[in-house]
Design a protein around this ligand. Structure first.
Ligand code: ADP
Length: 293
């Protein structure tokens, strides 16, 4: 079986975005100004981030047998991502996020998991690093991580959207990468360490990153950039982190590179389009030594 640097087990969504002067109340209809569709879902975003950061990537997931499924499969394939474990299910629609944004930037979002609720791979591709998020069934993530661990791979969980994590899942995670809201909901870094997670990387947006282990707690500042849209920063960070861990970087070196990828993602609009390529990430990363405080 071919071995990949990074195996992403996760969601794919088609984001349907309407813009309107104000959001409708219950029972109300308003006329929207524009409509557009964008590829999304944390699994796809992180797979694209890893591929552009230089990894060979397999994406494990599920789409429906509709136009959205075909479109998302093409997006992944066009990035050079292996889609042989991306299944098409017959009786669920492809995952959708229905997003309305008003003139003040306020939004309302309905996520329909659809096919993402059906991700239950019969077989997991072999990878150096296996990364997952929580937009697919938690039991699937736990099973994938146990298989990966059994092969000596490193398992990385991005616990987003935040959810209660079973001891069963935590005991199969090597590295957990929450943002500052998710770590609060998970009960703090101590709790994760107590459940056997050896390394926790807390992303704090423009305030940088904390890297916490039993032995130490280090902070890395964010790279200074002029953000225009922070959508996809966390996914950029996770994809880039997995990429560098897969090629043998230390955790701190991988976090340094990932922070540069996260910063670059804020300088462009969208989630998939804003993912940076390796040479640009390396150029930003090189502007600073791997300093910590
Ligand atoms: P999420 O999108 O999951 O909430 P964060 O907002 O914490 O994730 O972003 C992930 C990482 O991307 C941060 O730890 C940081 O390294 C980088 N990043 C995010 N926002 C900024 C910013 N405004 N300036 C510089 N880097 C940023």
């Amino acid at each position: 079986m071919r071995e990949f640097d990074v195996v992403v087990v996760g969601s794919l969504n088609l984001d349907l975005v309407t813009r309107t002067s104000r959001l409708p109340g219950p029972g109300e209809t308003v006329i929207g100004r524009s409509y557009a569709e964008f590829p999304g879902g944390k699994g796809l975003n992180q797979a694209v981030a890893a591929a552009r950061a230089g990894a060979s990537v397999a994406l494990v997931g599920a789409v429906g047998s509709d136009h959205a499924g075909a479109l998302l499969r093409d997006v992944a394939r066009n990035e050079g991502i292996d889609v042989s474990h991306l299944v098409t299910v017959a009786d669920e629609p492809t995952g959708r996020a229905i997003i309305s944004v008003d003139d003040d930037g306020e939004n309302s979002i309905i996520v329909v998991p659809g096919s993402n609720a059906c991700v239950a791979p019969a077989e997991l591709p072999v990878g150096q690093v296996v990364i997952a998020q929580l937009e697919i069934p938690v039991a699937t993530v736990a099973a994938a991580f146990r298989t990966a661990r059994g092969r000596g791979a490193t398992t990385v969980l991005n616990p987003a959207p935040a959810a209660e994590l079973s001891n069963d899942l935590l005991s199969a995670c090597d590295i957990v990468v929450p943002n500052e809201h998710e770590i609060e909901l998970l009960g703090g870094t101590e709790r994760l360490l107590d459940h056997g997670v050896s390394q926790i990387v807390v992303t704090r947006g423009g305030a940088g990153v904390d890297v916490v282990t039993r032995a130490s707690s280090l902070h890395l500042d964010a790279f200074p950039v002029d953000p225009v849209d922070t959508t996809g920063a966390g996914d950029a960070f996770c994809g880039a982190l997995a990429t560098r861990l897969a090629v043998g970087d230390s955790l701190l070196a991988a976090v340094h590179f990932a922070a540069a990828a996260g910063a670059l993602a804020t300088t462009k609009h969208g989630a998939v389009p804003s993912q940076a390529h390796r040479s640009d990430i390396e150029a930003l990363a090189a502007t600073r030594p791997t300093t910590t405080r």
